[in-house]
Design a protein around this ligand. Sequence first.
Ligand SMILES: *[C@@H]1O[C@H](CO)[C@@H](O)[C@H](O)[C@H]1NC(C)=O
Ligand SMILES: *[C@@H]1O[C@H](CO)[C@@H](O)[C@H](O)[C@H]1NC(C)=O
Ligand SMILES: *[C@@H]1O[C@H](CO)[C@@H](O)[C@H](O)[C@H]1NC(C)=O
Ligand SMILES: *[C@@H]1O[C@H](CO)[C@@H](O)[C@H](O)[C@H]1NC(C)=O
Ligand SMILES: *[C@@H]1O[C@H](CO)[C@@H](O)[C@H](O)[C@H]1NC(C)=O
Length: 435
Amino acid sequence: MATLLSILLAASVAGSVAQSPSGYRSALTHVDSKGGFTKTELLHRAAHRSRLRAATMLSGYSTTSSNSTSRPRLQSGQGEYLMNLAIGTPPVPFVALADTGSDLIWTQCQPCKLCFPQDTPIYNTSASTSFSPEPCSSAMCQSLQSDNNCTLNSQCMYYYDYADGAYSAGVLGRETLTLGTTASAVSASDVAFGCGSDNGGDSFNSTGTVGLSRGPLSLVAQLGFGKFSYCLTDFFLPSLSSPVLFGSLAELEPRGGDTMQTTPLVQNMAYPSWYYISLEGISLGDTRLPIPEQAFQLRNDGTGGMVVDSGTTFTILEGSAFMVVLDHVAEVLGHPAVNSSSFEIPCFPAPSGQRQLPPMPDMVMHFAGGADMRLHRDNYMSFDEEGSSFCLNMLGDDATLSGSVLGNFQQQNIQMLFDITVGQLSFAPADCSIL
Ligand SMILES: *[C@@H]1O[C@H](CO)[C@@H](O)[C@H](O)[C@H]1NC(C)=O
Ligand SMILES: *[C@@H]1O[C@H](CO)[C@@H](O)[C@H](O)[C@H]1NC(C)=O
Ligand SMILES: *[C@@H]1O[C@H](CO)[C@@H](O)[C@H](O)[C@H]1NC(C)=O
Ligand SMILES: *[C@@H]1O[C@H](CO)[C@@H](O)[C@H](O)[C@H]1NC(C)=O
Ligand SMILES: *[C@@H]1O[C@H](CO)[C@@H](O)[C@H](O)[C@H]1NC(C)=O
């Protein structure tokens, strides 16, 4: 009797492991959630990360070199949002950067040649009953965004080299991946992942990454979710977590409400796994800004266009378009920006004694298909107390980059739904803290 029961129990546990969940709710925590940073510090840290990330995301190749396919197409190891996962049997928890700009799920892995200290024990393939190495010949190995490599025993090696000096290398394997660490956690077996036994670089602070891009190795693709949504809470309250919903749970609230806007996801053949959307113009208040439409056009060589990215804080606009936006914001504030060096967001001196942003019109991003993203003042401006200035939380492409990025500061309190099956992005305003 006891034996039968334990067999049944074992079978039902195995069954729940083998079956991929149809939907899942999780939370994203901000990388600066701990540390008690001031508003000014949060701004400066985010501006720095945005620049680093953009410099590596968008300068992957220049228009003069047509050989983009030979380069690893990776971003900075810097990211903004973290997710809790666990890997192996028994499950070992780890914290991963949630990244819409990359595909691979990887974690630090024993035996470590080089690993960063992490709060939880580092996952060890030999201590897990569900690990298997991925053969070189497999489709997963072939679809690595990095150069792949085969060891003598034909294991698939990956090497993700982030342009800011960070890297993660190891073998590609398959494991049981558990989303969440609480009682509500769900598992999926045989998920391809990077077992990172060699992880280095000064700027790196991640013990793993969970890729949410469109690529075949991403969590979204491997678990067959088809769609996901997230809703980012207030940037200046980094201790608030942000909900992320996968698969059947990923719907905008209210479902199909009239505030919902939808625009097609565009495919850039040079970066097929990134989420590109077509920005057609920008308004400030009632004024459509005089930006030529081609400023945001995705060109045949893969440059231009706009990527939606969870890992870039401040939106980056093509240089000439950015100057137009900056001029019009300056006009509203009645003062030109001071020192908008390319590494800093542009700020405007606040009149003495003024400790708050003045009322400002909404900025509207017009996307293809008539989808308007309305950015309230606090989605594009902030008050820098230490500098006594008003800052425009956007950056201009300084010509070393090759496109625009919709950053997560602009996505605060807008629920974003990426439907990969249908190929569209929908969004609607929401109070993300109560979603
Ligand atoms: C691009 O790189 C590949 C592999 O390194 C090489 O075979 C090819 O000739 C290069 N193409 C051009 C146009 O440089
Ligand atoms: C990994 O697990 C194996 C089997 O439990 C153990 O012998 C080994 O010492 C572990 N390695 C490390 C580095 O913890
Ligand atoms: C593959 O591995 C060999 C031996 O470790 C190394 O010399 C070579 O540079 C690697 N190639 C790539 C593309 O990583
Ligand atoms: C990495 O984390 C440590 C400890 O939290 C922090 O001191 C350091 O500044 C971080 N590095 C980067 C590049 O963010
Ligand atoms: C502007 O930048 C210059 C040179 O980088 C610096 O000397 C000056 O103090 C800056 N001015 C302001 C107002 O920040």
